[in-house]
Design a protein around this ligand. Structure first.
Ligand SMILES: Cc1cc2nc3c(=O)[nH]c(=O)nc-3n(C[C@H](O)[C@H](O)[C@H](O)COP(=O)(O)OP(=O)(O)OC[C@H]3O[C@@H](n4cnc5c(N)ncnc54)[C@H](O)[C@@H]3O)c2cc1C
Length: 388
């Protein structure tokens, strides 16, 4: 069975579930209200050693696959933590991937253990105001001054930068008009987020208030050459390598969120009586929930297929993208149906489903939008002409 868990995976799922029971819906509602970072949740996950779930054993990780990481993230989101919980640790799970794959042994030894045990917190600076999804259009530049790279530019939406002491940063090291392709000449750095040279402004946003997203203004950030990951100018290629696992994880998180919403809706539909009958006895309530279940579980299978292919070292672009797309849409629909099932109470914060609905948009937009996923499938899977 595609989604059957091995005994070890089952044990992992249960262990994560046990941690999450200490951080129930009420905890996440409070964080969504006060905007405080879920520090104690992150500490609990870190102290269990789970941040390194997919990191090599040689550096203190568990050496497991993206499949196990996806099961973990699904369980975390499904616990009611949704994207607030998942995003508070998401970057630690997949972000160090370029270091694992392209870092020198010295970099791996220096960079990975503190990320795995939670001493270092990183953020991920790719998106820019003038580039959007067209990563080749980024303008942040890293200039070599003979001793260091010196960075100037802006990043947008950089999540967790308020807390991070490190940043994985994509910057241009060769001007766009001097390279063959716009995505050439970009370099990837993992370095200190030096607040002397980086102004960080939090963006007020629709949901997931506990996990900040930010605008970064970088002015003269010095990066020593030993913090360059891999070869200069190849940063975009390195990032591409991490895209599929990230899509798998976001897909798994979306499935978890959708399942949480569906569970709330079903409980309410069973208990709430109107016209002397449970509202769940009405097909107009039942069918959308049944549809949500079917779509979530189908999406889950595609997410897991993407994860398994990735772990087997096989091509997984189509499945990772399709899984992320399907899961995001299914989660959004499940959350919307949950709000409507609860009627007026669906709109009340204390019933949680409106929080889930707000968070469900994240998976539809980031890290890649639904439109760009459909572009990818049309072009790469269906071999239709590129549309942009
Ligand atoms: C909560 C949140 C957290 C985030 N965290 C991070 C982070 O930590 N680090 C980071 O680097 N980024 C982060 N992002 C940014 C995110 O990855 C981007 O928002 C996303 O990639 C979309 O880019 P954009 O917002 O610039 O949209 P744009 O590129 O401006 O696109 C806007 C719309 O136009 C559509 N569009 C554009 N071109 C095409 C086309 N050719 N065909 C069809 N449709 C098209 C898009 O699909 C989209 O609907 C985060 C975003 C959010 C909302």
């Amino acid at each position: 069975m595609l989604d059957s868990l091995t005994p070890d995976q089952q044990a992992l799922d249960e262990a994560i579930g046990r941690i999450c029971t200490n951080f129930g819906d009420q905890y996440w509602l409070e964080r969504d209200t006060d905007g405080n970072y879920p520090e104690d949740f992150v500490d609990a996950i870190a102290s269990g050693g789970w941040l390194g779930i997919a990191m090599p054993k040689a550096h203190g990780g568990a050496g497991l696959g993206i499949t196990e990481a996806a099961f973990m993230m699904r369980r975390i989101a499904q616990s009611g933590g949704g994207f607030a919980a998942a995003s508070s640790i998401h970057i630690n799970i997949f972000g160090p991937h370029p270091i694992v794959k392209y870092g020198t042994p010295e970099q791996q030894e220096r960079m990975l253990p503190p990320l795995i045990d939670g001493r270092d917190r990183t953020c991920f600076g790719v998106t820019e105001p003038n580039a959007g999804l067209d990563t080749g259009g980024i303008e942040t530049r890293a200039e070599w001054d003979g001793r260091n790279y010196v960075v100037y530019g802006q990043k947008l939406w950089t999540s967790t930068a308020q807390r991070a002491n490190k940043i994985m940063l994509l910057a241009r090291t060769r001007a766009k008009d001097t390279v063959a392709k716009s995505t050439d000449g970009l370099s990837l750095f993992y370095t200190n987020l030096d607040r002397e040279h980086v102004e960080i402004h939090e963006i007020a946003k629709m949901g997931r208030k506990a996990v900040d997203s930010n605008a970064l203004f970088i002015d003269g950030l010095k990066i020593p050459p030993e913090d360059l990951i891999g070869k200069e100018g190849k940063g975009f290629r390195y990032l591409l390598d991490g895209l599929n696992p990230e899509r798998v994880l976001i897909g798994a998180e979306a499935v978890g969120l959708g399942r949480a919403a569906l569970a709330k809706a079903v409980d309410y539909a069973r208990e709430r009586e109107v016209f002397n009958r449970p509202i769940g006895q009405n097909q107009a309530i039942q069918h959308p929930l049944a549809e949500a279940w079917a779509e979530l579980e189908a999406a889950n299978l595609m997410v897991v297929k993407g994860a398994r292919l990735y772990d087997a070292g096989e091509a997984c672009g189509a499945e990772a993208n399709a899984g992320k797309y399907l899961a995001a849409e299914a989660a959004h629909k499940a959350c919307e149906r949950a709000v409507l099932t609860l009627g007026g109470m669906g709109y009340a914060r204390e019933y949680h489903v409106e929080r889930y609905l707000r968070e469900s948009y994240i998976a539809r937009i980031a890290p890649v939008s639904r439109e760009m996923i459909l572009n990818f499938i049309a072009e790469r899977v269906l071999e239709l002409p590129r549309s942009y």
